[in-house]
Design a protein. Structure first.
Ligand code: FMN
Length: 454
């Protein structure tokens, strides 16, 4: 997605008209733009309190920008610079993730003769400071009142051609660059923090330095009284919810053998209860505005003629269809089987809303092959990644050990390079399942990933 920011909140703005014409030019090139119109923000969006508690309009703009491969800013000229409202928005967006290594193109609009050259250059200073990739071909539109037709379109053919050239050039520019490696693609798995309440969850999250969560949905379903205000609290603190996670009833991770029998949707004794829970979880995920829910599907048998294979296929297909009815994707944890077997299962399942949550540490913990090779095998299905580390077991048939990210056997530079090679643009969630100092460990993992050179 590419987003366009209209640089003013003035009603009846000509910059907004130019922006909509530009969006048509991009749509004609097969790239519909997401428009962020600060003119549509409520009056209190730029209140002094907005720095601490981001208003929903700013959170939505921030989410869109963090998901964007590129940004276009259409700015008018106000008193020889760009409008204060635009600067206010810039100052409320997450630092450094909103603009760090994100491609940006500029268009200037003015009543006078300069075409907003100064505002664009002022913005270049701001975006340069924020380490954006600045697209060199800027477009300046002077004397806007003379070149804007009654239909709100630019009537000057030379200017339109310049905007078209900028659009095709910017699309090529964006394509040639790696996605923004921003820390805000990083979340923490809520269950890793072992919180007893949403307040405790946010307190512990604050200690990790991360401001986004993959949220465990089961507590919200089981104890709505205690957990019902989770989304409100997160919004108030500017914490983004990246995805949900649900477990199945009776999972027993004591040993590899116990989880094989009890894991996922395989056990008949718990299927009815799991199915009821899935229905409730899907509704909760929709209410939270999530798009993705992850789960452990259960162990896949190697032999396709094993009746468990067909049973698992049937139950997962039903689950996938249930979530699809709610407009949701589901993803399985990787690692309980080798990647080729999982990719074979997913191909046979043939559901567009089913992918995988790739966990490199699980491949080591379950001793199921090399994470980087597996990542390439499962590339078409990867919807989210867990940042977790582990050491492989020395004793076949037993667990490896889960350790702090950066201290185990995951080859992180190679792993992150592989994610870049497959053009993975989804979220990365830090997970810690062992140890008694989770906040410290997750903060160390975050620091390790943020500073990793690859
Ligand atoms: C507060 C304000 C200051 C302005 N200052 C300038 C200016 O310094 N130079 C200029 O050429 N036009 C100036 N304009 C005119 C705008 O460039 C003009 O309104 C144009 O249509 C783009 O702004 P808009 O998107 O708000 O319509 C100013 C307009 C406003 C509202």
């Amino acid at each position: 997605m590419i987003s366009l920011i209209i640089g003013t909140n003035r009603p009846d703005s000509n910059s907004a008209r130019v922006a909509r014409h530009v969006a048509e030019l991009y749509a004609a090139l097969g790239e519909p733009l997401h428009i962020i119109d600060i003119g549509q923000f409520p009056a209190d969006a730029f209140a002094p309190t907005s720095y601490a508690a981001k208003p929903p309009a700013v959170v939505a703009a921030s989410d869109a920008i963090l998901q964007s491969r590129g940004l276009i800013v259409v700015t008018p000229e106000y008193n020889g610079s760009f409008p204060g409202a635009l600067k206010c928005l810039i100052d409320l967006l997450p630092f450094p993730a909103a603009f760090d290594h994100r491609p940006v193109a500029f268009i200037g609009v003015s009543a006078g003769e300069s075409g907003a050259l100064r505002p664009v250059e002022h913005l270049q200073g701001v975006f340069g400071y924020r380490n954006s990739y600045i697209f060199p071909d800027r477009v300046f539109i002077p004397a806007i009142y003379n070149v804007l037709g009654k239909d709100g379109h630019i009537s000057d053919a030379k200017l339109v051609a310049r905007l078209q050239r900028q659009a095709s050039g910017f699309l090529a520019f964006v394509k040639a660059l790696p996605p923004a490696p921003s820390i805000d693609r990083i979340g923490v798995c809520s269950w890793s923090l072992q919180p007893a309440s949403p307040t405790e969850l946010l307190e512990r999250l604050a200690g990790t330095g991360v401001r986004a969560l993959q949220l465990h949905l089961d507590p919200l379903r089981e104890s709505p009284g205690a957990w019902g205000n989770t989304a409100t609290l997160c919004a108030r603190h500017g914490i983004r919810l990246l995805s949900g996670m649900m477990t199945t009833v009776g999972e027993d991770y004591t040993t590899l053998d116990t989880i094989k029998v009890t894991g996922g949707v395989v056990p008949d004794a718990t299927w009815d209860e799991n199915w009821r829970n899935f229905q409730a979880n899907a509704r909760i995920a929709v209410d939270l505005g999530l798009k993705l829910v992850t789960l452990h599907a259960g162990f896949l048998p190697h032999d396709e003629s094993d009746p468990t294979f067909a049973k698992l296929m049937d139950r997962i297909a039903r689950t996938a269809d249930l979530f699809a009815e709610h407009g949701l994707e589901i993803s399985f944890e990787t690692g309980q089987e080798e990647a080729p077997l999982l990719s074979h299962f997913l191909r046979k399942l043939n559901r567009a809303n089913v992918g995988v949550n790739f966990d490199p540490a699980n491949m080591l913990l379950y001793d199921k092959g090399d994470p980087v090779t597996a990542l390439h095998t499962l590339a078409p299905w990867i919807r989210q990644v867990h940042l977790k580390d582990a050491t492989r077991t020395q004793t076949p048939g037993t667990w490896g050990a889960e350790v702090v990210v950066g201290t185990g056997e995951v080859q992180w530079p190679a792993f992150m390079r592989a994610l870049r090679d497959i053009d993975f643009r989804g979220n990365l969630c830090l997970e810690r399942e062992a140890g008694s100092q989770r906040v410290v460990d997750l903060a160390a993992g975050r620091k390790f990933i943020a500073e990793l050179k690859y």
